[in-house]
Design a protein around this ligand. Structure first.
Ligand SMILES: Cc1cc2nc3c(=O)[nH]c(=O)nc-3n(C[C@H](O)[C@H](O)[C@H](O)COP(=O)(O)O)c2cc1C
Length: 142
């Protein structure tokens, strides 16, 4: 199996998750960025508004996403949704080949249909490393 690990991160959690998984799979993680400023309180409020209203952003990928068997995509949850950058990215990927990982404070991601798999990594559970180990272990055994 070949994999690409792709992520967007505002404050580093999704980046850390993606980096750990990529290391286990011996691939370079690919960061998705956008043209927005999400920093600080104003950035937080902007992020909430963009997520809730499904507003579009212009995305760039730092690194190359080649054709692979499965795409592991890590996104923070913003107001119950995946981030605008990842929503746009997913328009370009075959959903049935996407293993989505949603990093959140404590909510489960609801829109799970069509993905190869969806994993919630929630801060409140304090089990990030165990979740990652189980996820990667599952990939290696499949
Ligand atoms: C605008 C905004 C909205 C958020 N909404 C939710 C939410 O609805 N549910 C939740 O559990 N966490 C929510 N969070 C928390 C993040 O999903 C969580 O801290 C995530 O791990 C951050 O990932 P990052 O460090 O990669 O940016 C929100 C964070 C932001 C900035």
């Amino acid at each position: 199996m070949t994999y690409a690990v792709i992520y967007f991160s505002r404050t580093g959690t999704s980046r850390r998750i993606a980096e750990k998984i990529a290391k286990e799979l011996s691939v370079e993680p690919v960061e998705v960025t956008d043209n927005m400023d999400w920093d600080g309180t104003l950035g937080y409020m902007r992020a909430a508004r963009y997520a809730m209203k499904n507003k579009d952003v212009a995305i760039q990928t730092r690194g190359k996403i080649g054709e692979v068997d499965e795409y592991i995509v890590v996104s923070p949850m913003w107001c119950g949704k995946i981030t605008p950058a990842i929503r746009i990215l997913l328009q370009e990927l075959p959903k049935e080949k996407v293993r989505l990982i949603v990093s959140s404070g404590g909510m489960i991601y609801k829109e799970r249909d069509g993905y190869l798999s969806v994993l919630d990594i929630m801060k409140k559970d304090k089990n990030e490393d165990r979740q990652i180990d189980a996820f990667v272990g599952g990939l290696k055994n499949s």
